[in-house]
Design a protein around this ligand. Structure first.
Ligand code: ACM
Ligand code: ZN
Length: 707
């Protein structure tokens, strides 16, 4: 298989990113000791910066570039072309569409080791990525040594998770130098990000004087944006930021430094005397463009820009920095769609496009969230960043010149392992790389998918994990189905891929039955199904339990109150079994099952969280006899005494354990168990508390009808 693959490779060059111009000729050039490729660096050659030409015949192989970067990229292209000591005869003229071809590392939520960063630099530079944006500070961690403020890493670089484990890590300034030098060898510029004025809880935990009320803050181990932020009313805040910049800026030879600026809640500023005094002193006034506090954010960003300028850096920030006005030298990263990028380009700012809506958030699901491992939210399959055009149609040619490029961001909230990081990065970053490099008119997703096989085989050779599309069920994947006579199971993949399955309980192999169309099952059993790549690799498998059953009879309770009986108790429980026998419950009633998680107050800053357990039971109506699917984030959902949803051990953020039963038309009993707690940084208090029901298929989910 591998051999055949290598032969195919020599026939059709499988390059990612696709080059600007390529002609394939007959024959191959065979590399030997005396037959080597000739590299020419000619600064006067009419070749764009980072571009190169490759000219290969049967007898000679020549590369020309006008810069070292161009030669480096030519080498990457050649290494993708080479198979078994030969290079196909080709003529290539290549250069990038954009000069900012970035990937963002969020080392703050979960640390990424220097070795892992180097591995990503190795791989991504092969695909001509040239910027690494290093998100070094956030609420959950401060990851860079600052000699003047040792507590930033002594305190701010570790957190105790809800379950008592410790998550930690930081880069010494020597580590940073090592990464920057390694990146430079791979023609990658590193842009450090020090967040301000929001997303700064780790700094505030280390130095409480940085916040408005200057009170000590507790360990922060959940995701989301707390409202405890830096105080722009205080001079100490700016002194601190300047001291940090003074140590950080010299470590990075590049022009840019990122200051964050996103998602800063301003409620504390409204009540802070220092912030209000600053607003008054600076004459900041609410108007159509924003509140006085929004103007205060703009004031803080402008001061930060002045600090950066003093240390020779140009400011980059998330698109919120546009709010309240911005100096023209600042570069804007458009993440909340393209609106910020469009406005910025029109105002004359340089722009890097990185909208989640364009598939540039690598932490978004690459497939059906009900089938994929927990990552974040949203659904952007590989084709979304592939099809993304970083130059919005609204921009004139002049304005479009401000679009420096495009960047893939991998936020690391749900990245609990290096494997998971790789799974989300690859192959999506290859799609970003082609979007960043290849001329728009040369992009073709079908061709990309074919070329991707070679790239994935290279990852396999390195032992690097990557996402392979899983078999998915239209309308929402599930792991259990109930039926009376038969069930029809339909599968798709997020990009074209074969699927193989078994119904006899055995593990699927490349030789198992191919999926060719909907599978009809008439008996109880287990369906095991996996995707199969063109080079013979199987994806993770999906298991679906099939349960043939008679309808569960409806109940005839004497009285229906429309209410749920509820009992609850304060305490910290991770599984229902943890609730001790003999617990003193408090009893109450609720008319809406969604109110259960709100029984106790929830403080998003997680300063004094009140965890608890609750159970609710009552009756609901089933409108017709047949199979009904249930979906919920409660820890357990019991229908007529049967455990239909069990979310034990799950990060209860996305619905991944839908269950089904065959029910007779009429009244049925429901009981749910809810544990207010945190798993994997996700606090269940944020959940809506729904129990959803529908007929199997693509019908919309609706809330259960309590009677
Ligand atoms: C962001 O995703 N908050 C920039
Ligand atoms: Zn303040």
């Amino acid at each position: 298989m591998i051999k055949l693959f290598a032969i195919l490779l020599t026939l059709v060059p499988q390059l990612i990113p696709a080059p600007a111009e390529m002609q394939v000729r007959d024959g191959v050039f065979t590399i030997s000791e005396k037959n080597q490729v000739k590299y020419v660096l000619d600064s006067k050659a009419k070749i764009p910066a980072e571009g190169y030409t490759i000219d290969i015949t049967r007898t000679r192989a020549k590369v020309v570039a006008s810069t070292e970067a161009g030669l480096f990229y030519a080498r990457q292209t050649l290494s993708q072309l080479e198979a078994d000591g030969t290079i196909p005869c080709v003529k290539i003229k290549d250069y990038p569409r954009f000069r900012w071809r970035g990937f963002m590392v969020d080392a703050a939520r979960h640390f990424m080791s220097v070795d892992e960063i180097k591995k990503h630099i190795d791989i991504l530079s092969q695909y001509k990525i040239n910027v690494m944006h290093w998100h070094l500070t956030d609420d959950q961690g401060w990851r860079i040594e600052i000699k003047k403020y040792p507590a930033l890493t002594e305190v701010g670089a570790s957190r105790i998770e809800f379950d008592g484990t410790v998550t930690e890590g930081y880069y010494t300034q020597e580590d940073v130098k090592e990464v920057v030098a390694y990146a430079a060898q791979h023609f990658i510029t590193v842009v450090p990000e020090i967040e301000m004025p929001g997303h700064s809880m780790a700094a505030i935990r280390s130095y409480p004087e940085l916040s408005c009320d200057k009170q000590p803050v507790k360990n922060f181990y959940t995701w989301g944006s707390p409202d405890i932020v830096l105080c722009p009313g205080s001079e100490f805040t700016f002194q601190f930021l300047e001291d940090v910049v003074a140590e950080v800026a010299p470590l990075f030879p590049g022009k840019y430094m990122h200051i964050g600026g996103d998602e800063c809640k301003k409620v504390r500023w409204e009540k802070c005397p220092a912030c209000q005094a600053r607003i008054a002193a600076e004459g900041l006034k609410a108007d159509d463009a924003g509140t006085a506090e929004e103007k205060l954010q703009s004031y803080a960003v402008k001061r930060m820009e002045g600090i950066l300028a003093k240390y020779g850096k140009s400011l980059v920030g998330w698109d919120e920095i546009l709010e309240g006005g911005l100096s023209p030298n600042a570069t804007v990263m458009s993440w909340r769609g393209e609106k910020g990028g469009i406005q910025a380009a029109r105002e004359g700012h340089d722009v890097v496009m990185t909208p989640g809506s364009g598939g540039l958030y690598l932490n978004h699901y690459q497939g059906d969230p009900k089938a994929e491992p927990e990552c974040y939210a949203h659904h952007s399959v590989l084709q979304v960043p592939y099809d993304y055009n970083p130059v919005p149609a609204e921009l004139s040619a002049e304005e479009a010149r401000h679009i420096l490029g495009v960047q893939g961001n991998l936020w690391s909230e749900y990245i609990y392992s290096d494997t998971m990081r790789d799974y989300l990065t690859f192959p999506k970053m290859f799609a970003v790389a082609e979007t960043a490099w290849t001329p728009l008119e040369k992009k073709d997703f079908a061709s990309f998918c074919q070329r991707l096989d070679a790239a994935c085989a290279r990852l396999d050779a390195m032992g690097v994990t990557y996402h392979m599309p899983l078999p998915e069920q239209p309308g929402g994947s599930y792991g259990q189905m109930a039926f009376r006579d038969s069930a029809v199971l339909t599968f798709t993949t997020s990009r074209p891929m074969d699927m193989v399955y078994t119904l006899d309980g055995s593990k699927p192999t490349a030789a198992s039955a191919r999926y060719t169309g909907p599978i009809v099952v008439k008996e109880s059993g287990l369906l095991r199904i996996a995707s199969l790549s063109s080079y013979g690799k199987l994806s993770e498998e999906r298991l679906i339990t099939l349960e043939k059953m008679e309808p569960i009879p409806a109940l005839h309770p004497e009285q229906l109150t429309g209410k749920l009986s509820v009992r609850h108790t304060p305490g910290c429980f991770t599984i229902p079994h943890d609730i001790p026998f003999g617990t003193q419950w408090t009893c109450t009633e609720l008319d809406d099952i969604r109110k259960l998680p709100k029984l106790y107050p929830f403080n998003g800053n997680m300063q004094d969280p009140q965890f608890f357990a609750a159970e609710a039971e009552g009756y609901f109506k089933v409108p017709e006899t047949g199979t009904w699917q249930f979906s919920s984030l409660y820890d357990e959902v019991w229908i007529d005494g049967r455990l239909v949803i069990d979310n034990r051990g799950e990060i209860k953020k996305n619905f991944r354990h839908d269950g089904a039963l065959v029910l007779e038309k009429g009244i049925h009993h429901i009981k749910v168990v809810y544990l207010s707690n945190v798993n994997g940084g996700w606090t269940t208090a944020r959940n809506k508390g729904e129990v959803l029901i529908r007929r199997p298929g693509t019908e919309k989910w609706r809330n259960i009808d309590i009677r």
